[in-house]
Design a protein around this ligand. Structure first.
Ligand code: ATP
Length: 369
């Protein structure tokens, strides 16, 4: 049983503000992901939860008890760090067992053995127990570090980029294993990553942090489909969302968007967006178009643009197309069966119902309802 409440936390290191008025709740048993770019404040948040740092302002509650001033050993939390920090001179067994042998813990050696073997079996590293960490691969080291965290059977797991430093294939496999790990299921887990795929795959909910501030908290689908601002939209999605700086313009009966660097084009927008822009509250907007909503070809009822292929790459299951429309250079996702050559003339259309609009002043999403 562990619920977490972060209440208006600010953390400063000298003049650096690592976290600014951050608040969130984590439910009992929830898998809660902190997502954000480097320097966002993710590790600082974990260290505050672990008791390694104290907040400059605000309070931290675990199960309604204010633990802001409590030292780490008074909180039943276990943290794995990005660097695995394994003891090179100890065997894998001894590394995993080390938290159970900390001073003050008088756990019988039979129980230590049982717990280490159980968690090693679960993480499929039981064949390594007699070896030294240097004999393990990168993926295995990461699992040893994870096993050392899990063997404590804490109330809360704090996992800091546990799958970084691994190649994409092992990362994928371990991500699958995370889904299967019964031991993680009932235990409140706060998981740090800068990888949106990991966040979308694993999180019950995601907190997107940037510049020490909460950008959005929501279920994976909400974060992906309904980003609160341009920072979230850019962090979640690969290739990056296309952002086009535009001026809103009256064109006969219609309101259209004119890209600032390509004024010969008028981009048509939905009726709903036109209604919002008609009153001129937004003379300029940032138009966001995800690459999968830019299509090659022509369909009736769509606005068709003349495009020119710049670069085309087939990356396994998808094709990534850089297409120029005048001076606009956009990225589109295509079927991997498609073939394009540099300089080829193509027709392009957008799914205008999937456009996002952001304020150029503060990057906040402009919503219509
Ligand atoms: P990364 O993904 O690179 O690990 P992060 O999101 O975990 O980044 P933090 O490590 O929490 O970010 O750092 C947030 C900010 O606080 C950064 O500007 C960092 O330089 C600063 N910071 C973190 N720890 C300290 C410290 N002990 N002393 C001084 N500044 C710190």
């Amino acid at each position: 049983m562990a619920r977490i409440r972060f209440e208006n936390i600010t953390k400063k290191f000298g003049k650096t503000v690592a976290l600014k008025d951050v608040s969130f709740d984590v439910d009992d048993g929830e898998f809660f992901v902190l997502l954000g770019p480097s320097g966002a404040g993710k590790t600082t948040t974990l260290k505050l939860l672990a008791g390694l740092y104290k907040p400059t302002e605000g309070n931290i509650f675990i199960n309604d008890k204010n633990v802001s001033e409590d030292p780490p050993y008074n909180r039943n939390v276990a943290m794995t760090f990005e660097s695995y920090a394994l003891y090179p001179h100890l065997t894998v067994f001894e590394n995993i067992a080390s938290p159970l042998k900390a001073p003050g813990r008088n756990i019988p050696s039979k129980e230590v053995k049982e717990r280490v073997e159980r968690v090693a079996r679960m993480l499929k590293i039981d064949q390594l127990l007699d070896r030294k960490p240097a004999e393990a691969s990168g993926g295995q080291k990461q699992r040893i570090a994870l096993a050392r965290t899990m063997v404590r059977e804490p109330d809360i797991y704090l996992l800091d980029e546990p799958l970084s430093h691994l190649d994409a294939k092992i990362r994928y496999e371990l991500r699958q294993e995370f889904h299967r790990l019964e031991a993680l299921k009932g235990v409140t887990t706060v998981y740090v990553t800068h990888d949106y795929v990991e966040a979308l795959s694993l999180g019950d909910r995601i907190l997107m942090l940037d510049h020490g501030e909460v950008q959005q908290i929501g279920k994976p689908r909400e974060i992906y489909e309904d980003p609160a601002n341009i920072r979230v939209a850019k962090q979640v999605g690969q290739p990056d969302i296309n952002i086009v700086e535009c001026v809103t313009r009256v064109e006969g009966e219609k309101i259209v968007l004119m890209p600032k660097n390509e004024p010969t084009i008028n981009i048509e927008i939905s009726d709903e967006a036109q209604a919002a822009f008609r009153n001129n509250t937004y003379p300029e907007v940032l138009l966001g178009i995800r690459p999968q909503f830019i299509k090659v070809g022509e369909i009736p009822g769509s606005q068709i643009f003349d495009g020119r292929v710049d670069v085309y790459q087939v990356l396994g299951s998808e094709g990534v197309l850089n297409v120029e429309i005048g001076d606009l250079n956009l990225i589109a996702l295509t079927s991997p069966e498609d073939r394009y050559t540099h300089g080829e003339e193509i027709k392009v259309y957008f799914l205008k119902d999937r456009f996002y609009f952001f304020s150029p002043e503060n990057g906040e999403r402009i919503r219509f309802s």
